[in-house]
Design a protein around this ligand. Structure first.
Ligand code: KG4
Ligand code: ZN
Length: 340
């Protein structure tokens, strides 16, 4: 079963070739054009997907060593995300389907992240706790199997990646600032400044990051009225990063422990953060919890995770189930499934 998978939910145009659940290629073209605008501009994102998608598809096929005639099914992210971006990938998939008489498997982007821990990893098994942490989402799941999971906590305001990016912008970094905070923090003292760790002691598994942004804003105005200078970056970045990471680590490990689950998957762009990885591996030993963080190309927005999940859907429902092209793209549909 060979699948050509397409991901265009935000600002990465990605196409992957997935054969029997194994990733043969995973091409990701990031749209750096947004950097100068301080965030993703939806209209520019859709146009950029349109410009890139044919070439990215061609490259994914070339890297896999296969031809379009070797493909048995198409998969595409249909929800959630920027609607104009989703429409490009969804309709490109439908076009390929009509041209080559192939079925199309519609895939939910968050579900793609949720099960990405299985890519190149045979040790992971159900049940597990999953933290999906990106620029748009911070959600904790309890996952029982491919069809059964429930949300046990989520951010009530900003996503963690948004907190990284917005505080980075206050320091003066370009978008996305998360990787820059990570970079400068490596040389800084995380104890130098004390920023709030919202909801860290709350009895639920929800997150809140908008207060941190406000606190950093006032802190900078008071302590660096002339603007933050390069020499101040390390301690400031390390202290901001520590506040975000402490909350993510504490909530995820307590969620797993309290449910008697000993595996935790962390996915989404923020899982690239080096301090998050360091603290998770340090504290997971104390909690006897095994932490799985997919390789970075499968953590960020990528089509491999979409193709991988599509292969599981085909295993369950069969190819013929997916010849109906009536599905549409949707910006915010996220089905909350009851845990069986
Ligand atoms: O999953 P992703 O590629 O796209 C979506 O948001 O869906 O995640 C991007 C987010 C951005 O907020 C970016 O700043 C953050 O992930 N990010 C990081 C790091 N690398 C990416 N945040 C902190 N440290 C990093 N090393
Ligand atoms: Zn994502």
């Amino acid at each position: 079963m060979t699948i050509l998978a397409i991901e265009t939910s935000c600002d990465e145009t990605s196409v992957a070739i997935v054969k029997d659940g194994h990733i043969l290629s995973n091409i990701i073209s990031s749209q750096y054009i947004h950097n100068k605008f301080g965030g993703v501009v939806p209209e520019i994102a859709s146009r950029s997907h349109l410009n890139a998608i044919s070439l990215v598809t061609k490259e994914a096929l070339e890297h896999s060593g296969l031809d379009i005639s070797d493909i048995n099914a198409i998969a595409a992210t249909t929800e959630p995300g920027l609607i104009g971006s989703l429409v490009v990938g969804t309709n490109f998939a439908k076009g390929l389907s009509l041209r080559f008489n192939l079925p199309v498997v519609p895939v939910n982007h968050i579900e793609g992240h949720l099960f990405s821990g299985f890519i190149n990893n045979t040790d992971l098994h159900f049940p597990f706790i999953a933290l999906v942490v990106s620029g748009g989402h911070t959600i904790l799941f309890e996952v029982s199997n491919f069809n059964s999971y429930k949300i046990i906590g989520h951010t009530i305001d900003d996503a963690a990646g948004e907190a990284f990016d917005k505080t980075a912008k206050l320091i003066g970094f370009t978008y996305p600032g998360g990787p820059l905070i990570d970079k400068y923090a490596k040389k800084g003292n995380p104890e130098k400044y004390k920023f709030p760790r919202p909801l860290i002691n709350s009895l639920d598994f929800n997150f809140s990051f908008s207060g941190l942004k406000t606190s950093v804003k006032y802190f900078i105005a008071k302590n660096f009225p002339e603007g933050v200078k390069e020499g101040d970056y390390p301690d400031l970045c390390a202290s901001i990063q520590e506040a975000i990471v402490d909350v993510l680590v504490s909530k995820s490990l307590i969620a797993a422990k309290s449910r008697g689950i000993n595996q935790l998957v962390v996915s989404g762009g923020v899982s690239a953060n080096s301090r998050l990885r360091e603290k998770l591996s340090k504290f997971s030993e104390d909690y006897s919890i095994e932490v799985f963080i997919p390789e970075f190309q499968y953590c960020m927005d990528n089509a491999a995770m979409i193709g991988f999940l599509a292969s599981k859907k085909i295993e369950e429902l069969g190819l013929y189930y997916f010849f109906d092209l009536k599905f549409t793209a949707s910006p915010n549909v996220f089905r909350r499934k009851a845990l069986k």
